[in-house]
Design a protein around this ligand. Structure first.
Ligand code: NAP
Length: 244
């Protein structure tokens, strides 16, 4: 039976998986990568790509049936909890096997001054006690939680931040990977005294943590939302291929 794999993407692991599957697929197999369409000029995965939401669980169920999808890999960002929940529900309804590809989170090392919190709101609560010049790397859609704080913010995102934003803010637009030298220079240049990040994991954006450690800057680390129960999880694109 021909295999048609749907990759829910938006991550470097999603792109790597599309590449791996393309190089290993038989002539009747196919792979389609799905992106939410949030980023203006996304890094596109190789091969077939569709862009935009499915229309909730019902929309995804209809898509899986229409497209005769045989396998789904959820390679979305660890904080894309809505899409992950929809995938779990739609795959359960259609009996299409689902695998979650989720890179491991980051682990604190000696010298790190991390404060783990469970949400962006909790991060905003602890922030004023830790510093007055905060570097926010949580993404352009997640500034509302910090908008009411009277701190100075350096905000880095791929596309310009969505309002509401903090009153005192300097925005820089950039996309990883970032280097330790570059991150250290950035923290120094703006006299950053606290860093806020989601526990996204992965190498592309880990340099800021090394820089913060070296400079003694505390880090507010937002924990990942929980995964849907009962769905197999793999950590690397190669493991996802092995499962398929
Ligand atoms: P989300 O809150 O979980 O998703 C909200 C809605 O966006 C979903 O219900 C779905 O709409 C649509 N959607 C999300 N991912 C999709 C995909 N890969 N293909 C088609 N539709 C998708 O997600 P989010 O946090 O807004 O993230 C959107 C995308 O950006 C994800 O694909 C994620 O991998 C990527 N991303 C997110 C973050 C982050 O910090 N959250 C960081 C980097 C990259 P329907 O209900 O209409 O299907």
């Amino acid at each position: 039976m021909p295999r048609r794999v749907l990759i829910l993407g938006g991550t470097s692991d999603g792109r790597a998986l599309a590449e791996l599957l393309r190089s290993r697929s038989g002539p009747s197999d196919s792979v389609v990568s799905s992106l939410a369409g949030r980023v203006r000029s996304p890094r596109l995965p190789p091969g077939e790509v569709r862009i935009g939401g499915f229309g909730g669980i019902a929309g995804l169920v209809a898509y899986l049936r229409e497209q005769a999808v045989t396998h789904v890999v959820d390679a979305t960002h660890p904080f894309a909890a809505g899409m992950t929940a929809h995938a779990a529900a739609a795959c359960a309804q259609t009996a299409v096997p689902l695998t979650i590809l989720r890179r491991p989170g980051w682990t604190a090392q000696p010298g790190d001054r991390w404060h783990r919190v469970s949400s962006l709101a909790a991060a905003a609560e602890v922030l004023p006690d830790l510093g007055s010049r905060a570097f926010l790397t949580t993404g352009r859609q997640d500034l509302a939680a910090f908008a009411g704080l009277d701190l100075w913010f350096l905000v880095r995102s791929v596309d310009p931040p969505d309002p509401p934003v903090p009153a005192r803010m300097h925005s820089i637009l950039a996309r990883g990977p970032f280097t330790v030298d570059g991150e250290t220079a950035l923290l120094r240049k703006h006299a950053v005294d606290v860093l806020v990040t989601k526990d996204s994991g992965g190498a592309d954006t880990a340099a800021k943590l090394t820089a913060a450690r070296a400079l003694g800057v505390p880090v507010v680390m937002v924990d990942r939302p929980p995964l849907p129960p009962g769905v197999p999880v793999v950590a690397t694109p190669a493991e996802a291929v092995a499962r398929l």
